[in-house]
Design a protein. Structure first.
Lengths: 271, 263
């Protein structure tokens, strides 16, 4: 019986079963996607004359990097940098501290349903509102300056970190946590012994990454008046002082690279 | 001491894992629970300490019905039941000592445990237990640095430091080599004898169960189909528990091992 089945299959060749079973649907999807892609590219208008004119300005900008001017606006640059760093550190610390309880609440395997829904709601709101939009709103409320930037970054950190922390908790090893529960531990002890050790490396890694993001964002937030190095950068562009702008960008790149290196070292240590 | 009364578990999917199990375990008795995968062995011991909520029936530990307890009383009751897991279930990023001391969490307050400041008597007991299983020198190693057999020893210490009356043991040897498996089974049964503990040991290795325990309970499709001495497990009985297979080899092997063990 099974021999006859095997004889039918021998010499037939073998292909991995297709993801979309129906060949008609499969080809429609592929052709439709390619057609859409072509149509989409054709709607992007390119004014080649304008590009030609702009090349000069772009070139001047790039040339400025060969002669960055740190000195003539140094006090503005220094003030902006310090403000950015203060904003970054303060917003990251506050954001991370608030993210942890929300992250615990947003993990379905440890939180009861009502808590889960509320926490996921907070995460969704925080993620739906882009930093710039939040910053514009907060600048309108609190006025120009780093306070608006600090609040914006704290708010954005909550959405980012809580979501990823919750997802890490949801994929943890259930049995390790079960073993702690079986000893008669309280809820807090259970989190501290059964859950925290499992998610700690990821929490540290994500926090470092978020500090990195917060610093870069702090350079953008200045454009809408929320303080930091971005404000200085914006002024430099407005005055066509490309050499000063280049100096600021070089400093930002340097700080981001330092943060990247630091986060690598720290993550290797907490594995 | 432990009495299961019509213990029933029906999963949301409609699968009946346990069908009105009645079982009585006297003080200090070690019994092995055997049966094919999916027979409900694991569900049964998890229903006893309510890591899995039983659907119906009672679990009496002493004169307490565990199924009726609220969450705080349940925590207190769980202290009386040490659990040893398949694949050890140590918290891998914690040290051996933290893993052992986590067995005391039911007795100490949150801040003490958070700051890892356990009472001296607990710390001494942890050292004593680690010494008993030959791992005292490993106290400050991280759990994931240990071998399988060593991890299971730490798991045993964690269960015993609770000072339990009953051990719930879920496939303690499932991922260990044959020699280590015997050592672990010997250690568990010895420690139970030393401390007068009752134990329910889930195990799928029939020969191993026969070597170490005085009573075997066979489970099939969530029902007890055998309850008696290990020597009473004839090919007929094994077929009833597991289904048709040639059992002579399994049983002969046991005889060989018995001779070897007595030598």
């Amino acid at each position: 019986m099974s021999h006859r089945e095997l004889d039918d299959m021998l010499g037939k060749g073998w292909r991995k079963p297709a993801f979309v079973k129906n060949p008609l649907v499969r080809w429609l999807l592929i052709v439709g996607f390619v057609a859409y892609l072509i149509a989409a590219f054709m709607t992007i208008e390119v004014d080649w004359g304008r590009v030609y004119e702009g090349l000069d300005r772009g070139w001047a900008f790039i040339l400025a990097f060969t002669s960055p001017d740190f000195l003539s606006r140094w006090s503005d640059i220094w003030g902006g940098l310090v403000e950015s760093i203060v904003m970054t550190v303060a917003a990251s610390v506050v954001g991370i501290l608030i993210s942890i309880p929300i992250g615990l609440g947003a993990a379905r395997n440890i939180a009861p349903l009502p808590v889960y829904v509320v926490c996921r709601g907070i995460v969704a709101i925080s993620r739906a509102l882009q930093e710039i939009i939040v910053a514009i709103l907060l600048v309108a409320i609190f006025g120009f300056g780093p306070l608006a930037g600090f609040l914006t970054l704290s708010f954005a950190t909550i959405g980012f970190l809580s979501k990823l922390l919750a997802e890490d908790i949801e994929s943890m090893d259930k049995v390790q946590a079960e073993a702690i529960k079986a000893s008669g531990a309280r809820w807090m002890q259970w989190i501290n012994y059964g859950v925290q050790p499992q998610v700690m490396p990821r929490l540290v890694g994500l926090s470092m990454y978020r500090i990195d993001i917060n610093f870069r964002e702090s350079a953008i937030l200045g454009l809408v008046g929320a303080g930091g190095i971005g404000a200085t950068l914006n002024t430099a562009f407005d005055r066509y002082e490309y050499d000063t702008a280049a100096a600021i960008l070089i400093l930002i790149i340097g700080i981001v690279m330092t943060l990247e290196y630091l986060s690598g070292v720290i993550r290797a240590r907490v594995q | 001491m432990l009495r299961l009364q019509k213990l029933t578990k029906t999963y949301k999917t409609g699968d009946q894992a346990l069908k009105a199990i009645d079982l009585e375990v006297p003080k200090g008795q070690v019994l092995a629970l055997i049966g094919p995968s999916g027979a409900g062995k694991s569900t049964m011991i998890r229903c006893i300490n309510r890591l899995v909520e039983p659907t119906d029936g009672g679990v009496h530990l002493g004169d307490m019905d565990l199924t009726k307890l609220g969450s705080s009383a349940l925590r207190k009751a769980r202290r009386e039941m040490g659990m040893i897991f398949q694949e050890y279930a140590l918290v891998e990023r914690l040290t051996v000592m933290e893993n052992v001391l986590s067995g005391r969490l039911g007795y100490v307050g949150f801040w003490r445990s958070f700051l890892r400041r356990f009472p001296q008597s607990d710390v001494d007991e942890a050292f004593r237990l680690l010494d008993r299983v030959g791992l005292l020198h490993m106290a400050d190693k991280r759990a994931d640095e240990l071998s399988g057999g060593q991890r299971q020893r730490v798991g045993i210490c964690r269960a015993l430091i609770q000072n339990p009356k009953l051990l719930l043991v879920d496939e303690p040897t499932a991922s260990l080599d044959p020699k280590t498996s015997r050592q672990i089974m010997r250690l568990i049964t010895e420690l139970c004898k030393e401390r007068g503990l009752a134990a329910i040991i889930n195990i799928h290795d029939v020969a191993l169960a026969q070597m170490f325990v005085p009573r075997v309970v066979g489970l099939r499709f969530g029902e007890v189909v055998y309850d008696g001495l290990p020597t009473g497990l004839t090919p007929g009985k094994l077929t009833e528990i597991y289904g048709e297979e040639d059992w002579e080899a399994t049983i002969e092997k046991v005889d060989d091992e018995d001779i070897e063990a007595t030598e």
